[in-house]
Design a binder for this molecule. Structure first.
Ligand SMILES: *Cc1c(COP(=O)(O)O)cnc(C)c1O
Length: 368
């Protein structure tokens, strides 16, 4: 059997599961057979053992510290991915409510979340970006019901590459967000939110675990008639140990949180690095004289998923295959937008983005 090393690694621009910090992978590799101090692998540990309880507690503590989560919020680590949250949110927060929930449809993922919510109760679409193929987000024209059961939006539409850089004022209506592809890319004013959720496999860890941060008072809405696993109250009561949690995924996410805290130095620093990385690519797009055309309107551009077109589909194909030959992997855009999507999450090193920017300039010089 051959062994691989860190130098064999490509720059992985995949939208998810996505790049992880190399120090995290290396630590997981070192500790895989025997976690120091415990004499066994995390994979072999009971979720009730002190070893795993320590891992869970540290992950929670670091997440709270990084985001500055106030004491009246609960942190949960669940399974079922973000898709299950599309359903769990209306099941818990909409059933039995007199007011409808309001949804902002800014791309593919918020649309899918709406489709699930409709099964559970009354919904209002307060904004829909379909007419311009989801290339922008609402501005001051947005009119929200301050008493809606909740107001739902997706902070970063992974497919279209549009991102909210601040949050709308939702009055008394709890703001619920899908932060799957931009979780921890910056510090959030958590107190402005009712519920924040994110599957880990884009920006925070491996597939298999989804973080849910929920304000305490919202738990009162969850009805006892809900299936046990689907009731947030049970997960809060059992501190994410209602059933066997995804122990290895939580361990790995814990390492990512430690990396953010100790290696990066916190989320303000991470935000700065993300802004710098994204600018490298958007500057090439804006300076290309129309050879590269960004999908998102400049004010709503994502720092995480940079989406753009080339003059023809043939050139886009060529771009992807030549990129791959240079170790720039996963650049093909989603079929609904076409073109190129470069996902440059927290863990994508600046050198990877510089390498892509250089390739973009060379590709244009050769093909423009
Ligand atoms: C990937 C993604 C999802 C779906 O996540 P799963 O864990 O596959 O269910 C939902 N929302 C956004 C914004 C995503 O990027």
């Amino acid at each position: 059997m051959s062994t691989t090393t860190a130098t064999d690694r490509v720059y992985n621009f995949s939208p998810g599961p996505a790049v992880l910090p190399l120090p995290v992978l290396e630590q997981a590799q070192r500790e895989l057979v025997s976690l120091p101090g415990y004499g066994m692998s995390v994979l072999e540990m009971s979720h009730r053992s002190q070893g795993f309880l320590d891992i869970l507690a540290e992950a929670k503590r670091n997440l709270k510290a990084l985001l500055g989560i106030p004491d009246n919020y609960h942190v949960l680590f669940l399974q079922g991915g973000s898709r299950l949250q599309f359903s769990m949110i209306p099941m818990n927060l909409l059933r039995g409510q007199s007011q409808p929930a309001e949804y902002l449809i800014t791309g593919s993922w918020s649309k899918m979340a709406l489709d699930e919510a409709k099964r559970e109760g009354q919904t209002n679409v307060v904004w829909d970006g379909k007419a311009t193929n989801f290339d922008r987000l609402p501005g001051s024209e947005l009119k929200l019901n301050p008493n809606a059961a909740y107001t739902y939006l997706c902070t970063n539409e992974t497919i279209q590459g549009v991102q909210f850089h601040s949050e709308p004022d939702t009055g008394n209506s709890p703001l619920v967000i899908d932060a799957s592809s931009d979780f921890l890319y910056r510090k959030l004013p958590v107190e402005k939110y009712g519920l924040i959720y994110a599957c880990a496999q884009k920006n925070a860890g491996p597939a298999g675990v989804t973080a849910v941060i929920i304000r305490d008072d919202l738990l009162a809405r969850s009805q006892d008639s809900l299936p046990g696993y689907l009731n947030y109250k049970n997960h809060v009561k059992e501190d994410s140990l209602y059933n066997t949690p995804p122990t290895f995924a939580i361990y790995l996410m814990g390492l990512v949180l430690r990396w953010l805290k100790d290696d990066i130095g916190g989320l303000d620093r991470m935000h700065q690095l993300n802004k710098e990385k994204a600018k490298l690519l958007y500057d090439v797009i804006d300076g290309s004289g129309g050879f590269y055309r960004g999908h998102a309107q400049p004010a709503n551009r994502s720092l995480m998923n940079v989406t753009f077109r080339l003059p023809s589909e043939a050139l886009e194909k060529k771009f992807c295959s030549e990129g791959e030959q240079r170790g720039l992997d996963g650049l093909k855009g989603h079929r609904s937008v076409g073109g190129i999507r470069a996902s440059i999450y927290n863990a994508m090193p600046r050198a990877g983005v510089e390498s892509l920017a250089q390739f973009m300039r060379e590709f244009q010089a050769a093909n423009g």
